[in-house]
Write a protein that binds this ligand. Structure first.
Ligand code: IFM
Length: 720
C-alpha cells in the first residue's frame, strides 16, 4: 500500500459524487471537487472560494459554486470523448497527497472503435493560491492508416450551480493576447469574479484560437497514431474581495512566463515544507498511516494561510453540505491541528471570529442578552445563519431547527480556542489586541444568559441544546454550564493579566464593554454558584436536568441499521430516551481534562459510551472519543473509534461523503493520535507522553510547535 496515495482502479458511476468529494484538491483559497474534465451526466462539479458567499433562502448565505475551471470538451474524428460514452477499458485515479496532485489515466474506446489513452493531472497551487493548473493529454493507441482530427476546447463552464441554484451571472468575457477571461458576479452579494485561462502545448502542428465570443480557447490539429497531444490549461481566479482589481490580477498572473512544470515544482516544494511539519509517522498499520495523511491533506487544503476573511466550513471547500457554514467543528475539532502545526492559520481562524464580534453582539441583543453570542452557524457577517426549517430525515416533512436559537455553547467553545491559542503560542499581542475582547464579550453574554434560582441559591442556564443535539430545550446542560463557567473564570483571569501587561488596553476594554466592579463581582458569583449536575456518590454527571429519569433506549432491535436513530425514528421519540447523538459529557471531560480525575472520567465513560450512537450519530464524535479511551487505557476501543473517524470519508462510512469531507473528523483524528495514542501533554516544565498502543502500531512520530519551538516526538513501542 502506498501510504501517500489514494487510488482507485475502477470507475463506478454509482459512486460518482463520493469520488468527487474524495478527490478534491484545494489550497485554502479555492477547493475543486474531483469531477471529470470532460463532464459527466449528473456530476456535481464545484469550485468553492474561501469566503465567497451569495444569499439564499432559508440558510441565508452559501458558498457560491463558481464557473468550472476544469472544463475541457474534446472530439476525435468528430466523436465526442466523454466517459459515459464509449467503453472504459482501464481506469486509474490517484490522489498523491504528498504532492497534492490528482492524476487520472483512462484507456477508452469510442463508439466508432477508436482507442485513446487519456491522462490528466491537476493541482491547486499552494504557492500562488489563485492558480489552478491542469495537464491533459491523449494518445491514439491504435493502428490506423491516417492521423486523427482533434478538436480541443477549454472553457469555464457557467452552467454549474449549488445543486439547482445558479449564483453567478456573466458580466463580460474577452481575450487578451493568448488568454481568455470571464467576468461574473454573484446575483445577490455582487461579488465580482474574474477567471482567466491560457493553453500551452508543445505538440507540433496544433493551432490555437481564443474564442472571445463563444468563450474559451480552441486547439485543433491532427495527431499521428502513437503520438501524444499534451495541453496545459493554466487558470487564475480573483474576486473583488481580494486586494486589487480582479481583471488586472487575473491577467497578470497568466502573463508571467509560467509553465506547468514551474508551477508544479513550486507547488511540490510548498507541500514538502508542509509535510515536514505536519506528517505523522505511524509504523505497523499502513491503512491508518494512509488515512491520517489523507485527513491532514484535507485539513490543509481547506484553510487559508493568508486570509482571515473566512473560516473553515464544516465541509470546507469540498462540497455543498451545510452550505459552507462554520460551526464549532472548527474551534473544537480542527483548530488544535492548526494551533500545533501552523499557528498562523490558527490565528487567522480566530481573527475571523474577532472580526465578526459585532455580528455576535447583534445576536446577543436579538435574544435579549448582553455581550457576544456567536452564531451556531456562521458565514460572512457573524449573524446567525442556521436554517430554521429543514426537511426531517425520517419523513421528509418540514421540521423546525432550533440549534440557531439554542445551541449556545459555541460562544464558550470559541473562547476556549482563544485561550488555548495563547497558552500554546504565547502570542501576547494577539491576546491583548483581540483575544481578551472575545473572552470578555462572551463572558458578558454568559453572565446575562445565566439566571439566579433564589430557592436553590444557584445559577442556571435554561433552555439550550448541548452537543448532543437529539435533546432539545434542555435545562442545565452540564457541557454548556461548565464551559460557560470556565469562560467567566478565564475572562476574570485575563483582566488580571491585562492589569499587569497592558493596563491601558484593560482600561479601554473595561470602559467600552462597561465592566464595572459590580459586573465583575457578578461574574465571580456566577462562577462560584453555577449548577453543574453531578451525583457526588457515583461521580456521574447528569447530561442535563432530568436525563437520568428518561427511559433507557434499547439499541438491540436496530442492529445492522444504516442511519442514525433520529433518521429512523424522528425527533420526538429520542427526546424521551437516554440515547446520545455524540460526545457531550465526554467531550467536556476531554476538553477540560485537568479538572477531572481518572475515576470521574472512567465512571462517566462507562455510563455514556454505551448509550451513544457511535455508528451514525455524528462524525465528529468517534475520533474524539478515542482521546478519552486512551486515557483510560482502552487502547483497542480507542483504535476502533479512531478508525471510524479517520476513514469516515475514505470508506464513506456515514453514507454522506457526497456532501463533502467531514473536516471536524479529520481534526479529531489528528487529536486522537497526538493527545490520545501518544498522550502528549505540555506542563510548565516541558512535555510528557503516555502512549496507548493499538495492536499493530510500532512507532509514532510527529512534530508540534509549542511557544515558537519545534518539538519532535518519536515514540517506539517497547516490546518491538
Ligand atoms: O457541528 C455539527 C454538529 O455537532 C452535528 N451536526 C453537524 C454539525 C456540522 O458538522
Amino acid at each position: 500500500l502506498n501510504t501517500w496515495q489514494i487510488e482507485e482502479t475502477t470507475f463506478d458511476p454509482k459512486s460518482l459524487h463520493v469520488g468527487e468529494t474524495i478527490y478534491t484538491i484545494g489550497n485554502g483559497y479555492f477547493g475543486t471537487r474531483g469531477s471529470f474534465e470532460e463532464g459527466y451526466p449528473g456530476s456535481t462539479e464545484a469550485t468553492l472560494l474561501w469566503g465567497v458567499f451569495d444569499s439564499v433562502e432559508i440558510s441565508k448565505e452559501e458558498l457560491a459554486n463558481v464557473p468550472d475551471w476544469l472544463t475541457v470538451r474534446l472530439t476525435v474524428n468528430g466523436e465526442h470523448v466523454r466517459l459515459d460514452r464509449g467503453t472504459i477499458l482501464e481506469f486509474r485515479r490517484t490522489l498523491d497527497v504528498q504532492r497534492a496532485l490528482l492524476q487520472r489515466e483512462v484507456l477508452w474506446r469510442g463508439e466508432n472503435g477508436l482507442t485513446l489513452r487519456l491522462r490528466s493531472e491537476r493541482f491547486a497551487s499552494l504557492v500562488n493560491e489563485h492558480c489552478g493548473a491542469l495537464r491533459y493529454s491523449l494518445t491514439v493507441e491504435q493502428d490506423l492508416p491516417e492521423a486523427v482530427e482533434i478538436e480541443f476546447w477549454a472553457t469555464f463552464n457557467q452552467a454549474v450551480g449549488n445543486n439547482n441554484l445558479l449564483h453567478w451571472e456573466m458580466v463580460d468575457q474577452g481575450k487578451e493576447e493568448a488568454s481568455f477571461w470571464l467576468h461574473s458576479q454573484t446575483r445577490h452579494s455582487f461579488v465580482q469574479l474574474v477567471q482567466s485561462m491560457r493553453l500551452n502545448t508543445t505538440t507540433e502542428g496544433f493551432e490555437q484560437e481564443v474564442l472571445d465570443l463563444a468563450g474559451g480557447i480552441r486547439l485543433y490539429g491532427r495527431l499521428q497514431v502513437g503520438e501524444t497531444l499534451t495541453v496545459d490549461k493554466l487558470v487564475s481566479m480573483y474576486t473583488s474581495l481580494d486586494d486589487g482589481e480582479p481583471q488586472a490580477n487575473a491577467l497578470k498572473d497568466l502573463g508571467l512566463e509560467r509553465s506547468y512544470y514551474t508551477l508544479l515544482g513550486q507547488h511540490e516544494q510548498a507541500w514538502q515544507a508542509f509535510w515536514q511539519q505536519a506528517d505523522i509517522l505511524l509504523e505497523g498499520d499502513d491503512k491508518s498511516q494512509q488515512a491520517i495523511r489523507y485527513n491532514l491533506y484535507q485539513l490543509r487544503c481547506n484553510a487559508s494561510a493568508h486570509n482571515s476573511r473566512a473560516s473553515i466550513a464544516a465541509k470546507g471547500l469540498t462540497g455543498f453540505g451545510y452550505d459552507g457554514h462554520v460551526f464549532y467543528d472548527t474551534e473544537i475539532f480542527m483548530f488544535p491541528f492548526f494551533l500545533y502545526i501552523q499557528p498562523l492559520i490558527a490565528r487567522n481562524l480566530l481573527l475571523y471570529r474577532y472580526r465578526l464580534l459585532d455580528g455576535a453582539r447583534k445576536n446577543a441583543q436579538l435574544s435579549g442578552h448582553k455581550g457576544a453570542q456567536y452564531p451556531w452557524e456562521s458565514a460572512s457577517d457573524g449573524q446567525e445563519t442556521t436554517p430554521t426549517i429543514v426537511p426531517q430525515q425520517n419523513d421528509g416533512k418540514p421540521g423546525l431547527v432550533l440549534n440557531g436559537l439554542l445551541e449556545v455553547h459555541i460562544s464558550a467553545d470559541i473562547a476556549f480556542a482563544v485561550w488555548n491559542y495563547w497558552q500554546v503560542t504565547g502570542d501576547d499581542a494577539f491576546m491583548r489586541d483581540s483575544g481578551a475582547e472575545m473572552l470578555l464579550s462572551t463572558a458578558l453574554y454568559w453572565s446575562s444568559r445565566a439566571t439566579y434560582n433564589s430557592e436553590q441559591k444557584r445559577y442556571e442556564i435554561q433552555d439550550v441544546i448541548g452537543p448532543d443535539e437529539w435533546h432539545i430545550h434542555v435545562n442545565n446542560s452540564v457541557y454548556t454550564n461548565a464551559m460557560a463557567r470556565w469562560n467567566l473564570q478565564t475572562a476574570l483571569s485575563i483582566l488580571d493579566w491585562l492589569q499587569n501587561d497592558a493596563p491601558a488596553r484593560r482600561e479601554e476594554l473595561v470602559a467600552r464593554l462597561d465592566l464595572n466592579e459590580s459586573t465583575l463581582q457578578h461574574w465571580q458569583e456566577i462562577s462560584s454558584h453555577m449548577l453543574i449536575l453531578q451525583d457526588q456518590k457515583t461521580s456521574l454527571f447528569e447530561q442535563f436536568e432530568g436525563f437520568f429519569k428518561l427511559e433507557p433506549f434499547d439499541q438491540g432491535p436496530y442492529a445492522g441499521r444504516y442511519s442514525s436513530y433520529q433518521a429512523l425514528l424522528g425527533v420526538d421519540p429520542l427526546q424521551t430516551h437516554q440515547i446520545v447523538k455524540q460526545a457531550d459529557v465526554l467531550l467536556l471531560l476531554t476538553l477540560l481534562k485537568e479538572q477531572f480525575d481518572l475515576e470521574t472520567k472512567s465512571a462517566n465513560w462507562q455510563y455514556y459510551y454505551p448509550i451513544t450512537d457511535h455508528d451514525y450519530g455524528s462524525s465528529l464524535s468517534s475520533a474524539l472519543h478515542a482521546i478519552l479511551a486512551c486515557e483510560l487505557s482502552l487502547c483497542d476501543v480507542a483504535y476502533d473509534l479512531f478508525s471510524e473517524g479517520v476513514l469516515v470519508d475514505l470508506e464513506n462510512r456515514d453514507a454522506d461523503s457526497a456532501r463533502g469531507i467531514h473536516l471536524g473528523s479529520c481534526g479529531a483524528a489528528w487529536q486522537a493520535v497526538v493527545f490520545g495514542f501518544a498522550g502528549l501533554r505540555f506542563t510548565p516544565s516541558g512535555y510528557t507522553t503516555h502512549p496507548c498502543w493499538p495492536k499493530d502500531w510500532k512507532r509514532l512520530a510527529f512534530n508540534v510547535q509549542h511557544k515558537g519551538q519545534n518539538v519532535h516526538v518519536d515514540l517506539r513501542r517497547e516490546d518491538t
